[in-house]
Write a protein that binds this ligand. Structure first.
Ligand SMILES: [Zn+2]
Ligand SMILES: [Zn+2]
Length: 341
């Protein structure tokens, strides 16, 4: 995620951006197994976008052809997800899909796991999700998280849980140490860094007790923890599902039913490169799980920059400016804000 009007992140080499575009293309064309054929057909071909660096606004996403209102621009799979701590028994531990109430007695008992007295039960919506979680979940299962989970729960911290999962993914070989390095970090107040260092120590103690060999933990330094969390703080998306299933979505009269409360958080690469606009031409939605869909809100011309709104666009000018400054660290200078609308 990068903010309009700020001048950060110009230093990334264009070759890195090229690599990201290719990487994301492969993600779009490898269709999520959970989607029906009709939905998957929407994702055909490379996405009609390019990521470029600009002097005025850093990294930007541009349309490479005209895109019609309502069109799917591209999909994106998350790099890291984590369910809301209060919903561990209601959503899939991996893809954040809501467990079907009527099927939960069968599926949950078949796919749920009660690892240890110190860990909550977690559920998988499918064998595929269980399989994809297997490596990092094996690392998680062997450790006692009670001190760290209690710390996060009393302070209502959600992002450290994502760092915990990422660390387990790295230990198990499911993710690389630098997988979030291309994302913009939040600038951190020294007090926040001190809190992060406390969390780091809690996690470090747990990993050390887990008796991993030193080589596996060489990446896990205070600097790594703070750097990753600084990126997650500004780039994580709060996932609100608009439908419990794709079928529900297409049978819905409005196609955009009221969103459920957040099921968790996730972090992505390409969706994070979209700049903010209080009157955006694109938006990001989640249907039945954490696979993100970027959609055009209106007709977009070739060469036009694609922007999403990071916050609730219905807020007034002052409220938007305040949230964007405090939460994202920039002053919005979009057209709507210039007119103080
Ligand atoms: Zn799942
Ligand atoms: Zn604005």
């Amino acid at each position: 995620m990068f903010a309009t009007g700020t001048a950060l992140f110009r230093r990334r080499a264009s070759s890195e951006l090229h690599r990201i575009c290719l990487w994301n293309t492969s993600i779009v064309t490898s269709r999520p197994p959970s989607l029906s054929t009709a939905a998957a057909a929407e994702c055909k071909g490379p996405p009609p976008i390019r990521v470029s660096l600009t002097e005025s606004a850093g990294r930007c996403v541009f349309a490479t052809r005209g895109i019609a209102a309502g069109d799917l621009i591209h999909s994106a799979k998350p790099l890291v997800t984590h369910p809301s701590a209060s919903l561990l028994d209601e959503v899939c531990y991996y893809c954040l899909r809501r467990l079907q109430k009527e099927a939960s007695s069968v599926d949950a008992s078949a796919l749920g796991e009660n690892e240890s007295s110190s860990t909550s039960t977690c559920y998988f919506c499918s064998e595929s999700c269980r399989e994809q979680s297997k490596v990092f979940h094996e690392v998680e299962k062997g450790l006692d998280w009670s001190a760290f989970d209690a710390h996060c729960s009393t302070r209502r911290l959600k992002y450290p849980l994502m760092v915990k999962r990422l660390a387990c993914m790295i230990i198990s070989g499911a993710a690389s140490v630098d997988c979030l390095d291309l994302l913009q970090p939040a600038s951190l107040h020294p007090d926040i860094v001190m809190e992060m260092e406390e969390e780091f120590q809690l996690l470090k103690d747990i990993f050390v007790k887990g008796q991993f060999n030193n080589e596996m933990l060489t990446f896990f330094t205070k600097e790594w923890y703070v750097n990753v969390l600084a990126r997650i703080r500004i780039n994580a998306f709060r996932i609100e599902l608009v439908a419990r299933s794709y079928e529900e979505m297409i049978t819905s009269a409005t196609a955009l039913v009221a969103a459920d409360a957040a099921v968790g958080n996730a972090i992505y690469m390409l969706p994070s490169f979209y700049n903010h606009d209080c009157d955006p031409n694109a938006h990001i939605i989640w249907l039945e799980n954490a696979n993100a869909k970027l959609k055009a809100l209106r007709d977009i011309e070739e060469g036009e920059e694609l922007r999403i709104c990071y916050i609730d666009a219905s807020m007034d000018f002052e409220a938007r400016q305040k949230i964007l400054a405090e939460g994202f660290g920039f002053q919005c200078r979009c057209l709507r804000c210039l007119y103080r609308d």
